[in-house]
Design a protein around this ligand. Structure first.
Ligand code: NAP
Length: 280
């Protein structure tokens, strides 16, 4: 039976490549969403009645409800929710603009929360479903210049890990996708960048931002391959889906380094940590 996929943010980038790929599969019903529906015209060439194109800004709760209702109305189920929509923000921690940082949290965190909360009742009723959330290697490792973005993606990691345990008994799975730098619009138009007023004090930040700008359009990650890997995991490895799926060499290496170093700290301070408990 065809699986119904619902994806947020399919105008460009990961969401766009995944939507294109899914649209070419026979066994997929696709609900592709974007803030502006004209951005979904690229799907018309593939549509044989199994594609629904809907307007969705994930900060708009009425649109979220509408998308979930229309999906169930047309296809009867939601088998895979792909929480993909997201943006970035570059600044020093000290100088982060409140409005920009809060808006990013509204999209990357609250949008994802509300979307997932709207879909879970459908999946619970089905006793099946998969929630994919686009996190990042920046959801595992702190990156200078991206502290606010780190905040959003670490939040996604923690929430999804906790939720995964809660919904497992209802047959619902969770997969966090953790890419390193991929060639999408993310570091360009989707990320506001705030220059520092104190370049002499924030040399690492200045260097990191320059490197990011110089690397735009040359990121090593191929979002088309990411789409194929995500589909393959869901289609052919559903029973052993990873909770954490790194994508890109820097994601795999960065994640491993982080957890090796964390594990070493946990071991080193294990006796000290235990000494803080009441005696039995
Ligand atoms: N590319 C990377 O290096 C990288 C690495 C790790 C994680 N990620 C994550 O991957 C996800 C997808 O980003 P991308 O790399 O594909 O970048 P992208 O090409 O810029 O795509 C971002 C998508 O999110 C949509 N979006 C932004 N705000 C939205 C809102 N309020 N409601 C609904 N959709 C909204 C954009 O729509 P509009 O066209 O309307 O703006 C666009 O479709 C994000 O969560 C990002 O954090 C990216």
């Amino acid at each position: 039976m065809a699986k119904t996929w619902l994806i947020t943010g399919t105008s460009t980038g990961f969401g766009n490549y995944l939507a294109r790929y899914l649209a070419q599969q026979d066994d997929v019903n696709l609900v592709a969403t974007a803030r502006h529906t004209e951005d979904l015209d690229y799907l018309d060439q593939y549509d044989h009645g199994q594609i629904l194109k809907l307007a969705l800004d994930v900060t708009n709760d009425d649109q979220i409800k509408d998308v979930v209702a229309k999906t169930v109305d047309k296809f009867g189920t939601i088998d895979v929710l792909d929480n993909n929509a997201g943006l970035g923000y570059f600044s020093t921690f000290e100088e982060a603009d409140d409005h920009d940082a809060r808006y990013m949290f509204d999209v990357n965190v609250w949008g994802l929360i509300h979307m997932t909360q709207a879909v879970l009742p459908v999946m619970r009723k089905q006793k099946s479903g998969l929630v994919i959330s686009l996190s990042s290697v920046a959801g595992l490792v702190g990156v200078p210049s991206l502290s606010m973005y780190n905040g959003t993606k670490f939040a996604v990691e923690g929430m999804m890990e906790a939720m995964a345990q809660e919904v497992a008994e209802d047959g619902i799975k969770v997969m966090l996708v953790e890419p390193s730098a991929f060639r999408t619009d993310w570091s360009g138009r989707s990320s506001n960048k705030k220059e520092t007023a104190f370049p002499d004090d924030y040399k690492l930040f200045v260097k990191t931002l320059q490197a990011t700008e110089a690397g735009e359009g040359k990121e090593p990650g191929d979002p088309k391959k990411a789409a194929e890997i995500i589909y393959d995991q869901v289609e052919n490895h559903y029973d052993e889906l990873p909770t954490h799926l790194p994508l890109g060499a820097a994601a795999a290496e960065g994640g491993e380094q982080q957890f090796t170093s964390l594990a070493a700290d946990m071991k080193k301070y294990s006796d000290l940590a235990k000494s803080a408990d009441f005696p039995n």
